[in-house]
Design a protein around this ligand. Structure first.
Ligand code: ATP
Length: 247
C-alpha cells in the first residue's frame, strides 16, 4: 500500500547569483516515515536541493526559479526556515555547526528554542539521551572538545529537540571514521523506527546511505539521473561501477 507523500519536490530549478543554473529540474518525493537518500558526487547539487527545501538559499544568493515544493500539499517555497520548524521540518547542515563554546547540553537545549513547556523540553532531552548515550556521557563537555562523531550526534540531537516530523540531514558521514558513521546511521534508523521521524539525507557515501535508506535518488550535474528502492540501487551494475566504493 503506497504511503502518504510528505514532501513533494516538483521540477525545481535553482539559480545562484542570478546567473548560475545549478538545479536543472529536480523532482523527488519523500513518504511519511521514510528514509530517503540523495546521492551523488561533489557538486552534484545535493546540498542545493536541501537548501531549496528548507529555504536556506537566500543567504547564498540563490533562488528557486521554477517548479514547486509542497509539504503535505502546502506550497512552502516562500516560508522561512522558522516557519518550517513550526511545521515540523528541521535541517542539520553540513559541517555540523554545533556552538563550539557551549556544552553539549546547552547545544541540545538551544534546539528547543521554539518551545516553551519546560516539562516537555526536559522529557525531550531525556529522549535524546536515550538515543545518543554518548551525548549523555558528554553532556557537560564544551562541544569544541568533543569528537567529530559526538558533534554530528549533537547536531542531530539538537534537531530532535525541536520535536520534528522530518529531518533534512546534509552529509552526516562527512569526516567521520566508518564505525562512527555506522553508529550515527544506526541512531537515525532507530529514531525513524521508534519515533516515526522521516529523514531526507544527502550523502556522498553511497554504500552506507543505501544500507540504511529505503529509497535513493542519484544526482549528477543538477539532475536526478536515477532513482529507486535502496536495495535495487545497491544491486544495479551502473551504480556499483560508478558510485559504490566511493566516499
Ligand atoms: P557537496 O557534497 O560538495 O556539498 P553537492 O552535491 O551538495 O556537493 P552543491 O553544494 O549543491 O553540491 O553544489 C552544486 C553546484 O552549485 C556546485 O557547482 C557549486 O559550485 C555551486 N554552488 C553551491 N553553492 C553556491 C553559491 N552559494 N554560489 C554559487 N554557486 C554555488
Amino acid at each position: 500500500e503506497p504511503k502518504n507523500i510528505v514532501l513533494n519536490v516538483n521540477g525545481i530549478e535553482v539559480i545562484y547569483n542570478h546567473v548560475i543554473l545549478v538545479l536543472k529540474g529536480v523532482s523527488l518525493q519523500v513518504p511519511e516515515g521514510g528514509i530517503v537518500a540523495i546521492l551523488g558526487g561533489n557538486g552534484a547539487g545535493k546540498t542545493t536541493t536541501l537548501r531549496a527545501i528548507s529555504n536556506l538559499l537566500e543567504g547564498e544568493r540563490g533562488e528557486v526559479t521554477k517548479g514547486s515544493i509542497e509539504l503535505r500539499g502546502e506550497r512552502i517555497e516562500n516560508l522561512t526556515p522558522a516557519d518550517l520548524v513550526k511545521r515540523g521540518v528541521v535541517q542539520v547542515m553540513e559541517g555540523r555547526h554545533c556552538f563550539a563554546h557551549l556544552t553539549i547540553e546547552e547545544n541540545l537545549l538551544a534546539g528547543a528554542y521554539t518551545r516553551s513547556d519546560k516539562g516537555e523540553i526536559a522529557a525531550n532531552l531525556d529522549k535524546v539521551y536515550t538515543y545518543f548515550s554518548r551525548l549523555k556521557t558528554r553532556r557537560n563537555s564544551q562541544a569544541a572538545y568533543t569528537s567529530g562523531g559526538e558533534q554530528q550526534m549533537c547536531a542531530i540531537g539538537r534537531a530532535i529537540m525541536a520535536n520534528p516530523s522530518m529531518v533534512l540531514l546534509d552529509e552526516p558521514s562527512m569526516g567521520l571514521a566508518p564505525q562512527i558513521v555506522e553508529e550515527v546511521f544506526n541512531i537515525v534508523k532507530d529514531l525513524n523506527a521508534k519515533e516515526g521521524v522521516t529523514f531526507l539525507l544527502a550523502e556522498q557515501n553511497t554504500n552506507m546511505a543505501l544500507k540504511y535508506a529505503d529509497y535513493g535518488y542519484i544526482m549528477e550535474s543538477g539532475r536526478v539521473v536515477m532513482d529507486g528502492a535502496a536495495a535495487d540501487l545497491a544491486n544495479n551494475e551502473d551504480v556499483k561501477e560508478f558510485y559504490l566504493g566511493v566516499g
